[in-house]
Design a protein around this ligand. Structure first.
Ligand code: HPA
Ligand code: ZN
Length: 331
């Protein structure tokens, strides 16, 4: 694999901004906000990042997010991620944020969204990284809480393009959120949902049929249902796959056993993403390098992944064409 395939222009479509909180920034923000952390050092934080499954990660991820308190904190978090994008040839990014992680501990919604969107605006102007925002509902909380979150966000509806569904998958099927997704679509938002990361293929069907999602986040368990694979292929529903995340959360035991190459060979619209880069060992380039090293991917596969990242985005057809031309020129 030549290095220039790692430098192809790309989009990232599955990144939780709270999951880009590096331990160094966690300490800096804790100090700035006068908070104590249950760790002695940055190294101790990193050493704690050994996960058995999604929930063991989420427990630390929500604890870490407590250092985010002010608009400046959300700005700094988002800006640091956008600088990574610029350095790693990520030209467009569609970022998840979890308002309930913050509003439930008393941080006002405008503090969160103002800080993030100010950084996104500067990222476009100063770094040339284009972006969109996706508001995620926490599925371990109630459907009513999700609806209240949507209501609170609607006055800021011009700041986000879609709604999504994240947090603990098992026991919280997409069907639980049908009403709030109906409302979001009626208000003009696109929809996505995490499904088939730990949950069964049935959850992917529910996300497609009940939540009418445009993309499936993760989706790697689709292979257990041939009819589902056919549907995803026929409709070219993108899967936002997160390789390093899947290894850290034990969805696959090693990268060599990851099914990404198999999904590509089945003709599915696979994209590569970092999910929670500060917790899972890397950003886009580290994910690309890890799959290139462990899986029998051809140069054409790597180019397809870069193309798919733009095809699967929520950019206009015209913007997609511009980026696809940039990929072609780089190959
Ligand atoms: N899965 C579900 N919820 C999440 C994740 C994830 O990988 N990361 C942040 N919230
Ligand atoms: Zn995710």
């Amino acid at each position: 694999m030549t290095t220039n395939l790692l430098t192809l222009p790309k989009a990232e479509l599955h990144i939780h901004i709270e999951g880009s909180l590096e331990p160094e920034m966690m300490f800096a923000l804790a100090q700035r906000n006068g908070l104590a952390l249950p760790y002695d050092s940055v190294e101790a934080v990193r050493a704690a990042y050994q996960f058995e499954h999604l929930q063991s990660f989420l427990d630390l991820y929500y604890a870490g997010a407590r250092v985010l308190q002010t608009e400046q904190d959300f700005y700094d978090l988002t800006w640091a991620y956008l600088e990574k994008c610029a350095a790693q040839f990520v030209r467009h990014t569609e970022i998840f944020f979890d308002p309930q992680t913050h509003t439930d501990r008393g941080i006002p919604f405008p503090v969160v969204i103002d800080g993030i969107t100010a950084a996104l605006r500067d990222g476009q102007q100063r770094l040339g990284v284009s972006s969109g925002l996706i508001l995620c509902f926490l599925r371990h909380l109630s459907a009513e809480a999700a609806m209240a979150t949507l209501e609170e966000a609607l006055p800021y509806g011009d700041r986000f393009l879609a709604v999504g569904l994240d947090s603990s998958e098992m026991g919280h099927p997409p069907s639980k959120f049908q009403a709030v997704f109906d409302r979001a679509r009626a208000e003009g938002f696109l929809t996505v949902a995490h499904a088939g990361e730990e949950g069964p293929p049935e959850y992917i069907w529910e996300a497609l049929k009940l939540l009418k999602v445009s993309r499936i986040d993760h989706g790697v368990r689709c292979v257990e249902d041939p009819a589902l694979v056919d549907f995803l292929g026929e409709h070219q529903i993108p899967l936002t796959v997160c390789p390093l995340s899947n290894i850290k959360l034990c969805v696959f035991d090693t990268m060599a056993h990851h099914n990404l190459k198999h999904l590509l060979d089945l003709g599915l619209c696979v994209t590569v993403n970092s999910d929670d880069p500060a917790y899972f060992g890397g950003y886009m380039t580290e994910n690309m390098a890890a799959i290139a090293a462990a899986l029998p991917l051809t140069p054409e596969d790597m180019i397809t992944l870069a193309q798919n990242s733009f095809r699967a985005s929520f950019l206009s057809d015209e913007q997609k064409q511009t980026f696809l031309q940039a990929v072609a020129q780089a190959t």
